[in-house]
Design a protein around this ligand. Structure first.
Ligand code: FMN
Length: 250
């Protein structure tokens, strides 16, 4: 069966880390992407998300530098080289493998978050914050279905926020835009605090969890890192039981 447009968009979306710095993205397009994001499901329709659209180059640089510094610590210092080689084993060419390791351990790989022309940065950076109190309908603007006190948990905020993020990446791809989800600058408690302070996010009630760079890709890219086949990640009825529709399934 041939893939329909939706499935094609899902499969062809790639993490884009080099942007065409001659092309800006209009607020109208950003609005459409965020609007698509807001159609994501959320527990009790609580919509526990806020987005900050960052166009300010200084703020982009501030957030990007935190990503670069954290990457140097994680990949450059904490991760043994053999482990990096093992994880990147799918890269066949020795030259590409060396280059990928270099840009990881030097933090260069995450320069794009800074939005600078010299490093083909993205014109727009979206910061997603989620409601971490998330108990009942705590939001004034909520037009949801009504909260049940004590039922929702902070975990729901993370889950719903992630689904919103996926909607936005797919919407961007469907509009011919490149994007990249990033979290390395928000994985460490100190970094989350610093970024919240700079953006005025009322942390920890609202907690930034992910960023999304958006822009036009410098190079078209549809091939990504390999995926496991459904047969490798799926069981039928019970853990360990193969699910293989091609061999005698329905
Ligand atoms: C939760 C999450 C965190 C991620 N963090 C980063 C990040 O900090 N920096 C980055 O460049 N990419 C980040 N990515 C993008 C992944 O590296 C990328 O999606 C993955 O390698 C698969 O490549 P593809 O999106 O091109 O298929 C993140 C993706 C997710 C879902």
């Amino acid at each position: 069966m041939e893939d329909n447009e939706t499935i094609k968009t899902i499969k062809e979306r790639r993490a884009i880390r080099d942007y065409d710095t001659e092309r800006d993205v209009s607020d109208e397009l950003i609005h459409r992407i965020i609007e698509a994001g807001t159609y994501a499901p959320s527990a009790e329709n609580q919509q526990p998300w806020r987005i900050i659209v960052v166009r300010d180059k200084e703020v982009q640089e501030f957030i990007g530098q935190i990503a670069v510094d954290r990457t140097v610590l994680l990949f450059g210092r904490a991760t043994p080289r053999e482990e990096l080689e093992r994880r990147l084993g799918y890269i066949r060419s020795k030259v590409s493998l060396e280059r990928t390791i270099d840009i990881l351990i030097s933090g260069e790989r995450f320069e794009y978050i800074k939005g600078k022309k010299e490093t083909f940065g993205a014109p727009v950076l979206l910061v997603l914050a989620i409601d971490q109190t998330h108990v009942g309908n705590s939001q004034e603007t909520l037009r949801g279905t009504g909260g049940v006190y004590g039922w929702s948990s902070p975990r729901h905020g993370v889950i719903a926020g992630s689904m919103m993020m996926q909607n936005m990446t797919l919407a961007a791809a469907s509009l011919g835009l490149g994007s990249c989800v990033s979290s390395v600058q928000l994985d460490h408690f100190d970094d989350v605090g610093e970024i919240s302070k700079r953006l005025g996010i009322p942390f920890p009630h609202w907690t930034p969890i992910l960023c999304l760079t958006v822009g036009y890709a410098k190079h078209e890219r549809t091939l990504g890192p390999p995926r496991q086949a459904p047969e490798e990640v799926t069981f039928l009825n019970q853990w360990g039981e193969p699910f293989s529709p091609k061999e005698g399934g329905k």
